[in-house]
Design a protein around this ligand. Sequence first.
Ligand SMILES: Cc1cc2nc3c(=O)[nH]c(=O)nc-3n(C[C@H](O)[C@H](O)[C@H](O)COP(=O)(O)OP(=O)(O)OC[C@H]3O[C@@H](n4cnc5c(N)ncnc54)[C@H](O)[C@@H]3O)c2cc1C
Length: 414
Amino acid sequence: MKGYSTFSLIRNALGGHRFWKPVWRTPEPKDSYDVVIIGAGGQGLATAYYLARKYGIKNIAVLEKGFIGGGNTGRNTQVTRSNYFWPQSSAFFDHSLKLYETLSLDLNFNVMLSQRGVLNLVHSHHEFEGLRRWANAIRINGVDTDIVTAAEVKEIVPLINMNSRFPVHGGSIQRRGGISRHDAVVWAYARAADAHGVDIIQQCEVMEFAISNGKVTGVETTLGKISANQVSIAVAGHTGVLAGKAGFRVPITSMGLQAMVSEPIKPCLDTMLTSPVIHMYVSQSDRGEIVLGGGADVYTSYAQRGGIPLLEENVAALLELIPAFSRLRLMRQWSGIVDITPDTTPIMGMTPVQNLYISGGWGTGGYKAIPAGGDTMAYTIANDEPHSLITDFGLDRFERGVLIDEGAASGVSH
Ligand SMILES: Cc1cc2nc3c(=O)[nH]c(=O)nc-3n(C[C@H](O)[C@H](O)[C@H](O)COP(=O)(O)OP(=O)(O)OC[C@H]3O[C@@H](n4cnc5c(N)ncnc54)[C@H](O)[C@@H]3O)c2cc1C
């Protein structure tokens, strides 16, 4: 892989930027691969990259019906954190955050990780008690989190209105949390995977699976048949559709999750602020836009469209907390289809079909999990057994009734 450096930047600037090499190839699909991964979002590409880099499997294809990062990985609000309640979630998401902390260096691509903190607000005495319990659990899990007083909240977010209908009582902050640049993350993994020989094939939709004697042997795509020893599904909001084609069911509800950005303004919000009660979260992007979102749509759908009711709800919530933003103009609003499990924990690992694996059910929070998701799925595929960090995330937990309820941790869609 050609390294990016100050020197290469200067050299290419002197050449009028005409000599940059394409960041990845556009290969024709081969008839057969060792591993086929469905979906070129962050999860699929990271899995391919770690499979090639750590396990030396080079004959890999990532099949994408649209374009690289055109799914939820390019639509999310970039929140990166690991302050989860249950030990399994904490361990997994903190592994991810640690990988994020060195990702720019590891992939030689600036993913613009900004550890500006993720600040959760509480608005009542009782809620504060619950938050303390949550914060204690997180700390016992070995993950950083601090309780902050109302005065400290005001210091971190000077623009905040402390005395709205829901007065701010305080909050908790994970200072290692923050945001990173989602396009950069997916492009970094695509570039690194390609450099390790992975074929990323865009405009190639998987329509059916070839399954013989309970074992997957390949896929039927819009570009023809491709055989494969192992296949992994990483299609976010379409997990239920693909699982159905492979003949098994997943307990997933698919619905739209919307977000929006304002026009860019000077830096004025130096944290990722979230309020489960007022029901919105907001941060300022490196371009200066105010990025905001709230809960998922309240109906199931595969339509990736924004809508006025949710826009009104999110904007009203934002202005409740930061009235000064009422002067801003919104620039864009969009939606992505998220697949939500009953316990809001992902489904990862093996499936009832031999040699077919799954990484789905990411709901509103799989962006922060891209490095760990890729790393652990690569192990799982290479060894045909779940990585120790994801043994409890398997599909079989719904049969055994051993759910990992992280509903509260993802109360406001991140
Ligand atoms: C508005 C919004 C805000 C969010 N905010 C956050 C956040 O702040 N923090 C966070 O951690 N998470 C967030 N998320 C969730 C996060 O974006 C996802 O969980 C994550 O991107 C999932 O990654 P993925 O690679 O599994 O899916 P995707 O990036 O969606 O990739 C799946 C790919 O599969 C392709 N595909 C589907 N079907 C087929 C097929 N049959 N054949 C071939 N290809 C197919 C799709 O085109 C898509 O490109 C948010 C999501 C949304 C929509």
